[in-house]
Write a protein that binds this ligand. Sequence first.
Ligand SMILES: Cc1ncc(COP(=O)(O)O)c(C=O)c1O
Length: 439
Amino acid sequence: MKQTPINFEIVSNKISESGINSVGKASIREIKKLVDDIENATGDKYIRMEMGVPGLPPLEVGVQGQIDALKKGVASIYPDISGIKPLKTEISRFVKMFMDIDVEEEGCIPTVGSMQGGFAAFLILSRIHKNRDTTLFIDPGFPVHKMQHRLLGLKYDSFDVYNYRGEALRDKLESYLKTGKIHSIIYSNPNNPSWICFKDAELKIIGELATKYDVVVMEDLAYFGMDFRKNYSIPGVPPYQPSVANYTDNYILFISSSKKFSYAGERIGMMVLSDGLYLSKYENLLEHYPSEVFGYAMVFGTMYPLSSGTSHSAQYGLLAMLKAANDGELDFIEKVKDYGRKAELMKNIFIKNGFEIVYHTDIDEPIAHGFYFTFSYPGMSGEVLLDELIYYGISAISLLTTGSEREEGIRACTSLIKYEQMTDLESRLSAFKQNHPIS
Ligand SMILES: Cc1ncc(COP(=O)(O)O)c(C=O)c1O
């Protein structure tokens, strides 16, 4: 029997009881359940890096805003489908203050998490052109977006951007757009899972090509402002959160409040439609919607039948947080910087023990320290590495589920790790290195 930091026999038994063939291929939720079971059986605590959940308390100003609204009785009243007026005002102000982007309030729509914004957008974008049926993912990406495509029976294509950073992105992207099949493009920035952050030059390429080929860009800003190398925290003062919105008028922004405001539980996010897209007319929409106008079809033909809008009280919670941020009374970025501090410490421990960071640069500079990072171990595939690490009290997910072509890669999420666990991480990785000498 092997000597590993977590009892080898118990771990092996729990894996076979779970029915999981390969830990390295299991989904996030399967790994979560397995690790819960092993923790219960052994009493050992894992370094849990599998789930991308906030590790911080919700912003108090939001909670208070929501409680006040509930006490006033909003729970019994249907909210406006496109969002309550004061919230729409603050969303529009937020993108002006923190992105320097001008958008009419009309296009600022609260959604049931950013997840619903994606769902609604995929649905409608697949119907704007008769002859175009494919979404293009600039990967790696958030696996649930692909799950939504499969659920809706929609086509997608994708490529891993690892080898196409900078100017190389232009030809690669254009090779897909030239097919005439693509109606929209999606990526997240900062990127889940790799934490690469596109440079302005790359966003410009995406924006220019979107305009040239009349393709809509969905920019997923779930980790808004969290490239901690820059200070995006002062409203109305540069630098601003970089965005494709500076380079095309054909865009939808998804701005989640789950991570940046630690508000995942209330399922409220924002979808921002550019003024141009809101008013765009697509004749093909008339087959499914009451109007050919994109914004109208989005609100009255998509958000309405999906959920009739978003939780009334959560809208007030979000309103309170946005207002405080816009007025300069809440530095929401400072509150989440801890993720970056932990990432730096954790990455150093991994590197010291022979591991490598997979997505390690943004063209000419080291990648930022943030919510996620990616790692590998020389000579091992990601699947084998995850299978092994589970015996060392470390859990994470394979990059393969994210559209990454780096089959050696693992995604680590920093959010749930406590500072006092760093010594465990160090000793476990050191034991791993000893048992797996690098040739
Ligand atoms: C890239 C990305 N997009 C969207 C989401 C979903 O956000 P929400 O919780 O607002 O639905 C997440 C959550 O992990 C994410 O990482």
